[in-house]
Design a protein around this ligand. Structure first.
Ligand code: NAD
Length: 355
């Protein structure tokens, strides 16, 4: 198969981690006889430096015309003082909206080899951590009006029924393919938008009788994720709650560097990126963990290119790499072999076998 992939390396560690994912994709192409064509796209701080805009229209067009987009990360202190609508992260919001990817899927799964890297007590980790957060991605407070007048700043949070229903369906359908339990997270004791969210979820539940729906307030959910993560199968929530909860969920699995994500809308063209940021503190040192990006590439093969065996092959290669005792600095522990970012990518590509 021939697939055209738009590649956004971005800022900070972005270029380093994306290079390793491409190394692994190239090995997949070689083993399975595919052709992956890569088109470079400028987004984030590097695009501000080059074009004066975090995502020029022409760059966005390269993404919407591709079969899928692989992204590293954007942002950094260098661009802290640029005006709000020109910040690097604005490019990312524009990309998500421009691609119409309204559903962000972030797995929180502990690799048994990394149980020691979790900050949670072993008794909690041993009950198993394996859930998915389905986050609404192009609505809510991040996309509402933002304004500052004098000493008052305002951010507007709006959802309509259709926006809630389409993400709700993804939540129910994801649960149907897993443990058939869906936890809808909101703040309905305070927010109107959350009361509407809850109402729509319960109406949808009538169409999915095989899925058990539960409700949880977001503050309780933040607590339950560290107290008893084994209780969750699929969590569905709005944009900002999902942003915060998925970072929390990633941390209990050991390292933010391990977690991939997929963002999809109405078409097969998806956006695939690790959940972490551009980590300026470790950029250019060849010490970042590229596994979140490599696993994002695996998700791209599974969800956008219908290549489940190839995706399995990447995940098995990561498993073999961890089993062999290799660790980047963020997940290093006693008795393991410390490797850098590029060596990590090389070893995973080397361990890749045709399934
Ligand atoms: P961050 O995720 O970049 O870093 C948080 C911590 O995790 C840092 O200590 C970092 O070194 C570490 N870390 C992150 N990824 C790692 C990896 N792959 N391997 C090893 N360690 C890793 O979050 P931050 O510091 O809050 O943000 C830095 C910049 O990234 C900011 O400009 C922020 O706006 C931006 N950001 C971008 C995205 C994105 O592009 N999707 C997401 C979040 C933050």
């Amino acid at each position: 198969m021939v697939k055209n992939i738009a590649v956004i390396r971005g800022d900070g560690i972005g270029p380093e981690i994306v290079n390793e994912a491409i190394k692994v994709l190239d090995k997949v192409a070689e083993l399975y006889g595919h052709t992956f064509n890569y088109t470079d796209v400028d987004m984030g701080g590097c695009a501000i430096d080059k074009w004066g805009d975090p995502l020029p229209e022409a760059e966005l067009k390269k993404c919407t015309e591709s079969d899928s987009v692989l992204l590293g990360a954007v942002g950094g202190d260098k661009w802290n003082d640029v005006p709000g609508n020109m910040r690097p992260e604005k490019g990312l919001l524009r990309l998500r909206a421009g691609m119409g990817v309204y559903s962000n899927n972030r797995p929180a799964k502990i690799w048994p080899q990394l149980a020691e890297a979790s900050p949670l007590k072993r008794s909690i980790v041993d009950k198993g951590i394996d859930f998915i957060i389905v986050r609404e991605l192009i609505g809510g407070i991040y996309f509402g009006e933002h304004k500052t007048e004098g000493d008052t700043a305002t951010d507007v949070l709006t959802y309509n029924e259709a926006e809630i229903e389409r993400i709700g369906r993804i939540g129910f359908e994801t649960a149907q393919k897993r443990g058939k339990r869906l936890c809808s997270v909101e703040k309905s004791n305070v927010l109107d938008s959350s009361r509407l969210w809850k109402k729509v979820m319960h109406k949808l539940a009538e169409e999915y009788p095989d899925v058990e729906l539960s409700d949880m307030l977001v503050d309780n959910c933040a607590m339950q994720i560290v107290k008893n993560p084994a209780q969750f199968d699929v969590v569905v929530t709005e944009n900002m709650f999902g942003d915060i909860l998925s970072d929390e969920a990633s941390m209990i699995t050991g390292s933010i560097g391990m977690i991939p994500s997929s963002s999809l809308g109405a078409t097969a063209c998806g956006l695939y990126e690790p959940i972490h940021g551009s980590a300026p503190d470790i950029a250019g040192k060849d010490i970042a963990n590229p596994i979140g990006t490599i696993l994002s590439a695996a998700m791209m093969l599974r969800f956008s290119f219908d290549m489940p065996q190839e995706a399995d092959a990447i995940e098995n290669a990561v498993w073999a790499y961890l089993d062999a005792g290799y660790r980047t600095a963020d997940i290093m522990s006693d008795g393991k072999t410390l490797v850098g970012c590029s060596e990590c990518g090389r070893l995973i590509a080397q361990k890749l076998k045709k399934e």
